[in-house]
Ligand binder design. Structure first.
Ligand code: PEP
Ligand code: MG
Length: 545
């Protein structure tokens, strides 16, 4: 038995088999090569392997997501055989005497650039496909392809760190735990684990990935942050006992279903759920959440190979609203950029992506994307109780522009005779210090605020939420963050707006009483935390000093 430890970011215990997801090294070195024929043979072998992989993915997709959605992999197989693409690779090898990886990377850049500059939107979107097949070729050349990882029924996903786009392609029914060498508590892998109600450990270090093998049996303890590889019988028995007790505690919380979120002195608060996909609605209902306080709409963009159409988005939003049967559903407009990269957006590489071109900044500079999403949202509003929320707000003028675009989209839909709800609430995330500081100016313009403590903490404390090396400096209870929240509550209430918290801090039950004393109206947490927070609320007595 070998034990590795990191930081547990979701408390639960699970046993399964190690499944390593290898990341592709995106820095391709240019090497001088004498034997160009050998490089060309390497390309041929990589192409054969890539074609076989794509055929396998196509067949799986055909079964799981239907023919229309699976077609993209047929297109990839065709692109792999494209003469211009292949000639470019071999020409570069022959004329520049360079390694195959480099020739593929240069070809990918050239072709992607060519597609991106085309007028036709369909052709522009092919830039992402050419990058995708090129990455696959490079991964085969370097031996870092991960499709051949063991596919067990109980997978413990082990990786360096996981990008949101990588988690999208996982077969989530089979994933029982996440363990990453790097990553941070508020990274999206951690959020996903909480949503899926499975243990997660971050920061186990590079040695871990070198030491473990695909297929090894292991037990993950998300409470202590330990992973036991090939555990001995005594450890197995001890962790099984702990798991059973944990289950029992979670079962006890089930008794709180149907009960009010009310303190001993009679103060009520709404407890809503955060979701990242339509598939999470089952968990929202099963955990008796009063509504959805944050629906991260990015998943629609991450799961797709091209901009999701108005119809696709409308269908997804309508489904969520209908499933929630009149309960509040707050859908956040797209928050792409920073750590949530989507190839077809063709975003430039940035020095400081968290401070860069992301979220509302993309929407305001590419209004066609924003308007498509808003049209889908307003059309879906007829099917339930919708709130629309905008991320990464920093100024009054930004919000004025957003509200103007909303008015325009609404008027256009009404002119088209489309039925919409009269009472769509509009709100903003308070996730930058700027927004909190000018919350007195922003509050009169909206119906609600929702505090995004994950980003608010990173920007206030100047600590990149993705950087594991500075975890020790991230004090989630830092007075500066709590003061900004309190200030936002006071300003919201002064101007008749309600205010919730949808960042991870909302689930920190050591702060529940403080939040209630500040006057927070809503706490929105991962579905698996709803009953735990209800329990904490029911134990608070605000009449006592
Ligand atoms: C936040 O920043 O707190 C938040 C809820 O948004 P996300 O984690 O998706 O950035
Ligand atoms: Mg955020």
């Amino acid at each position: 038995m070998t034990v590795f430890s990191g930081k547990g970011v979701y408390g639960a215990i699970a046993q399964g088999k190690i499944t390593i997801i290898k990341q592709q090294d995106t820095t391709i070195k240019c090497l001088h090569i004498e034997n160009t024929e050998a490089e060309k043979s390497r390309i041929e072998a990589a192409k054969t392997a890539a074609a076989e992989q794509l055929q396998g993915i196509y067949e799986k997709a055909l079964k799981e997501i239907g023919e229309t959605n699976a077609q993209i992999f047929e297109i990839h197989m065709m692109m792999l055989e494209d003469d211009d693409y292949n000639d470019s690779i071999t020409n570069i090898i022959d004329t520049q005497k360079v390694n195959a990886e480099y020739a593929v990377a240069v070809t990918a850049d050239n072709f992607a650039e060519m597609f991106s500059s085309m007028d036709d939107a369909y052709m522009r979107a092919r830039a992402a496909d050419v990058r995708d097949i090129s990455n696959r070729l490079i991964a085969n050349l370097t031996g870092s392809i991960s499709d051949n990882a063991v596919s067990d029924d109980r997978m413990i996903i082990c990786a360096d760190d996981l990008a949101p786009s990588e988690t999208v392609s996982l077969d989530k029914d089979k994933v029982v735990a996440f363990v990453t060498a790097h990553g941070s508590s508020n990274s999206h892998t951690a959020i996903l684990a909480r949503n899926m109600n499975i243990p997660a450990i971050i920061g186990v270090g590079d040695e871990f990935l070198k030491a473990v093998k695909n297929g090894s049996a292991a037990i993950v303890d998300g409470y202590t942050g330990e992973i036991f590889v090939e555990p001995d019988e005594a450890t197995k028995a001890c962790l099984e006992k702990k798991r059973a007790e944990d289950e029992q505690k979670k079962r006890l919380l089930q008794e709180l279903k149907g009960k009010d979120n009310i303190t001993i002195d009679g103060t009520k608060v709404n407890i809503y759920a955060n979701i990242g996909s339509v598939d999470n609605i089952g968990a929202v209902l099963a955990n008796d959440a009063g509504g959805i306080g944050l629906f991260r709409s990015e998943f629609l963009y991450l799961e797709s190979n091209d901009y999701p159409s108005e119809e696709q988005q409308f269908a997804a939003y309508k489904r969520v609203l209908e499933s929630m049967a009149g309960k509040k559903v707050i859908i956040r407009t797209l928050d792409i950029g920073a750590d949530k990269q989507v190839d077809y957006f063709n975003l430039a590489k940035e020095e400081n992506p968290a401070l860069g071109y992301r979220a509302i900044r993309i929407c305001l500079t590419r209004p066609e994307i924003f308007k498509t999403q808003l049209r889908a949202l307003y059309r879906a509003s007829a099917y339930g109780n919708l709130g629309i929320m905008f991320p990464m707000i920093t100024s009054v003028s930004e919000l004025e522009k957003i509200l103007e675009i909303c008015r325009e989209v609404k008027e256009q839909l009404i002119a088209e005779g489309v039925e919409l709800s009269e009472r769509v609430e509009l709100g903003i995330m308070i996730e930058t210090p700027a927004a909190a500081i000018i919350s007195d100016r922003l509050a009169p313009m909206v119906d609600f605020f929702s505090v995004g403590t994950n980003d608010l903490t990173q920007y206030t404390l100047a600590c990149d939420r993705q950087n594991a090396a500075i975890e020790q400096f991230v004090d989630t209870h830092h007075e500066a963050v709590l003061r900004l929240i309190e200030m936002s509550v006071q300003n919201a209430h002064k101007h008749g707006a309600w205010i919730g918290i949808c960042g991870e801090l909302a689930a920190d039950t050591t702060l529940t009483e403080s939040f209630l004393r500040m006057g927070i109206d809503e706490l929105s947490v991962s579905p698996s935390f709803v009953l735990k927070v209800r329990n904490a609320v029911r134990h608070c007595d605000l009449s006592k000093k």
